[in-house]
Design a protein around this ligand. Structure first.
Ligand code: ZN
Length: 141
């Protein structure tokens, strides 16, 4: 191999590494775990400069009461690959994100973006009602 060939090969390899560094995609085997529609839409609207769309679908998840949206919850960080963390970090542009948690006087919780969009709401805790025997269950006379 001539020196010129070797140099050209090195340059190509270096370009490959640079390209990888610019990639903002989620790893194909690690689709984004985003439960709120607003989170998934925000992540979808951010494109990779090299590959365009960064994921085809969000990770499957079971229904649960979301008391802390993923974008406010750092607990997933130590279980994910560096590429996943990078992809997640660019998913929420700072002009609108993160949301602010607002607790209403009645106990309802709202998550509101910087532009005022409400992305999630938790109903107030149920009041404890005094037990009242149903009257329509009385036996007919
Ligand atoms: Zn990419």
């Amino acid at each position: 191999m001539t020196l010129k060939n070797r140099l050209s090969k090195l340059e190509k390899a270096k370009r490959g590494i640079t390209a990888e560094a610019d990639c903002l995609c989620f790893p194909p085997d690690e689709p984004p775990f985003l439960e709120l529609r607003a989170e998934a839409e925000a992540a979808k609207s951010v494109l990779c400069p090299l590959h365009g769309e960064r994921f085809s679908r969000v990770a499957p998840h079971n229904y649960r009461v979301i008391d802390l949206p993923v974008h406010l919850d750092p607990s997933w960080r130590n279980q994910r690959s560096p590429q996943y963390i990078k992809a997640m970090d660019v998913s929420f542009p700072s002009d609108r994100w993160p949301s602010t948690k607002i607790v209403e006087p009645d106990g309802a919780v709202r998550f509101v973006l910087k532009d005022g969009t409400e992305i999630h709401r938790l109903d107030p805790p149920p009041e404890i009602l005094e037990y009242k025997a149903p009257t329509d269950w009385e036996q007919p006379s």
